[in-house]
Design a protein around this ligand. Structure first.
Ligand code: GDD
Ligand code: MN
Length: 363
């Protein structure tokens, strides 16, 4: 059986056109059609349900707490019953007449069958220069990663054997649009893959959801599956935030010192107070930026954010003590002063990262 997933976001105008045609194309193949909609504002899910009211082969999954093409496809595959799984844009851009061929190819090769724009006979159709360039560069970068090679690893039109999907499932990264690439990266070496050419047509209605955010997700993904295996991206971001935080700390210290001293030199008590104040300002800054950027996909909100902020403070105090202890210890052992301070600071950063990863933004 073929299970075809149609991920949708604001495709209410396209679904009523697409579904009857698709059923016609698939009439000789045992199949099910699964629409996975992310609670589209145009109510694609409702249109999907209305259109398919009397169709046993069409199902609608409405997700209210998630957004994203890749994760929609994964959820669609998870609810599928077929031994061959496939995906296609729900906007008419993919040539549905190829589905029977993709299906047969997977039955035979037990691997992938990809609708390809980049082999003889295929084409990207009417794309502007900019999008062509972005797609070509992205494809080149992506190809370097794949264990299973195809000419068009970024295609959104493909089919695969259920077992291949299940084998890769737990390693998949649901960010962004690159579901095929992700599957090709995680499928075992030697999995067969064949390509069938097609021309990418223009949308029936509506507009593309491939935003700059999706393109950024793609770059993050490339990092995640290469260097990210050794140095997590969240750690790199955490360090960047920390570096900015040092600037914030200095600026806050200078303003507080001016405020407390009224232009005069501070005494020791005044100095400590300014440093403590500046530290808290930096902590607030770092916490906020880490929460909305570094750990964006685990963003804490409401009460959770307040609790998280408390934990973050605790973790950072411990980090400061770790920093102090290490640098003082090294210094007392006769290490060069600045080296001791530096190693202390690095210890603090590593400590803060690990502690916050464990207690504030726990996976
Ligand atoms: N559920 C869900 N959630 N569906 C989504 C989301 C989302 O967040 N974002 C997009 N979709 C759906 C769209 O409604 C459409 O049916 C399909 O996913 C593809 O999105 P498009 O917005 O049509 O993307 P595109 O045509 O610009 O990009 C195509 O080419 C890319 C390669 O250049 C797609 O085929 C991509 O998959 C492909 O990577
Ligand atoms: Mn499309």
């Amino acid at each position: 059986m073929l299970s075809i997933v149609l991920p949708t976001y604001n495709e209410a105008e396209n679904i009523p056109v697409l579904i009857p045609k698709l059923r016609e194309v698939l009439r000789d193949i045992p199949h099910e059609i699964i629409i996975v909609d992310d609670n589209s504002p145009d109510e694609t899910w409702r249109i999907g349900m209305e259109v398919s009211k009397d169709m046993e082969d069409v199902h609608v999954v409405r997700r209210v707490d998630k957004r994203g093409l890749s994760s929609a496809v994964i959820d669609g595959f998870l609810s599928a019953k077929g031994d061959v799984l496939a995906v296609m844009d729900a906007d008419g851009q993919h040539d549905m007449n190829l589905l029977p061929d993709l299906y047969k190819a997977v039955i035979e090769n037990k691997g992938f069958a990809v609708g390809s724009r980049y082999i003889e006979g295929g084409s990207v159709g009417e794309w502007d220069e900019r999008r062509q360039l972005i797609s070509r560069v992205a494809t080149k970068m992506a190809l370097a990663l794949c264990k299973v090679k195809v000419k068009d690893p970024m295609s959104g039109f493909f089919a695969l054997d259920r077992a291949v999907f299940e084998g890769a499932l737990e390693k998949l990264n649901p960010k962004g649009f690159k579901i095929l690439l992700d599957l090709l990266v995680h499928a075992p070496k030697g999995t067969s893959a064949m390509e069938i050419p097609f021309t990418f047509s223009t949308r029936l209605h509506g507009e593309s959801k491939l935003s700059w955010k999706v393109q950024l997700d793609f770059l993050e993904y490339l990092y995640d599956v290469t260097i990210g295996r050794f140095i997590p991206l969240t750690f790199v971001k955490f360090c960047m935030v920390g570096t900015l935080g040092v600037g914030v700390h200095m600026a806050a210290y200078l303003s507080l010192a001016r405020l407390l001293g009224g232009g005069e030199q501070l005494n020791v008590a005044g100095f400590s107070l300014a440093v403590i104040g500046a530290t808290e300002v930096a902590i607030i800054f770092n916490f906020s930026l880490n929460n909305i950027w570094t750990f964006a996909n685990q963003k804490l909100k409401g009460i959770g954010a307040i609790k998280g902020f408390g934990k973050y403070n605790v973790a950072c105090i411990l980090g400061a003590i770790a920093n102090w202890a290490v640098s003082t210890f090294l210094f007392s052992r006769g290490w060069v002063e600045l080296l001791a301070v530096f190693i202390g600071a690095i210890t603090g950063v590593l400590w803060n990262y690990s502690m916050n990863r464990m207690i504030t933004w726990r996976k």
